[in-house]
Design a protein around this ligand. Structure first.
Ligand code: AMP
Length: 285
């Protein structure tokens, strides 16, 4: 596995690969790799000649009081995991190579970036779309793979790619979970033991809704109330939103008929860790 830190070198490598007729698949990450990331990497490997993963903890997507400084950065272990799982090129630039002094250009996907996660984390998605576009320009992949775990991010990135005529296909893969249903996340390490025990309830609420929908309940209000009832079983986390929305505009739907996202977010009571999760009804991304 080749490790590249310099954006210019990465771009030269990409151009050479393209000229050699190689199909490249790209998996952008912030590192602290887990089985969710590995799943994306393996899919990229299956679908492409060359697999490129980036590791970059992007300061632009963290709010002032968020965990940028304490975000885990086990770089050597990540290199080992990436290599073992078929990564050909690992791109890991330094912050000042991506955002040099006087950096001034940001990308915003309007509206979609302002709701749900965007309402709680202002400027988060502006940071995400900016870094992903920069990475796309540097890595120039044929396709890029993202996780449904961050469904709003995936939907926003698809919109960016369409709106800006970017010739990269985006694939979105299902969420990888622990045995008890908790979605894998690099932030799960922040949870206290009690919070970790309660955390699977987040997905249990969603599973309750999927089950209720299958049995004929199509009223969003009643589904939302049922999910809340599950969350009331614990005081280890507080729900921040339960959104039942259409998959394109992320606008609330009152009755479920077409492809619908149920997205939930909560904050834990002790460690103040934010957890997000979602399920899709009636289709896939
Ligand atoms: P991150 O390192 O958290 O920025 O995530 C990098 C990529 O991995 C994003 O496309 C995420 O959606 C995806 N991802 C994170 N957690 C999971 C998971 N549990 N299952 C599948 N994909 C995931």
């Amino acid at each position: 596995m080749k490790i590249i830190h310099d954006p210019l070198e990465m771009r030269m490598e990409s151009i050479a690969l393209r000229n050699a007729g190689k199909k490249t698949g790209f998996v952008p990450t912030m590192g602290a790799l887990h089985n969710g990331h590995i799943f994306l990497l393996k899919e990229a490997k299956k679908r492409n000649d060359i697999t490129i993963m980036s590791i970059f903890v992007n300061p632009a997507q963290f709010g002032k009081n968020e965990d940028f400084n304490k975000y885990p950065r086990p770089f050597e272990e990540d290199c080992r995991i990436a290599e073992m799982n078929g990564c050909d090129i690992l791109f890991a630039p330094a912050v000042d190579m991506i955002y040099p002094e006087n950096y001034a250009t940001y990308i915003t996907v309007e509206r979609l970036s302002e709701i749900l996660e965007g309402a709680i984390r202002p400027d988060h998605f502006k940071g995400v779309t900016t870094i992903v576009l920069k990475l796309f320009n540097i890595v120039q992949p044929v396709e890029a793979i993202f996780g449904q775990k961050d469904i709003q991010q995936a939907i926003i990135l698809r919109k960016m790619v369409i709106d800006l005529n970017i010739q990269i296909t985006i694939h979105v893969l299902p969420t990888v979970r622990e045995k008890d249903g908790l979605a894998l996340s690099s932030r799960n390490i922040y949870l206290t033991d009690e919070e970790r025990k309660a955390a699977p309830l987040l997905y249990k609420g969603l599973c309750w809704a999927v089950d209720a929908y299958k049995k004929g309940e199509d009223c969003s209000k009643r589904l939302e109330q049922g999910i809340l009832n599950v969350y009331f079983q614990t005081d280890r986390f507080l729900p921040q939103y339960i959104a039942i929305v259409d998959v394109e505009k992320l606008e609330p739907v009152s009755t479920i008929s077409s492809v619908t996202v149920i997205a939930v977010a909560c904050k834990t009571a002790q460690s103040h860790t934010r957890l997000i999760d979602n399920v899709l009804l009636n289709g896939e991304l």
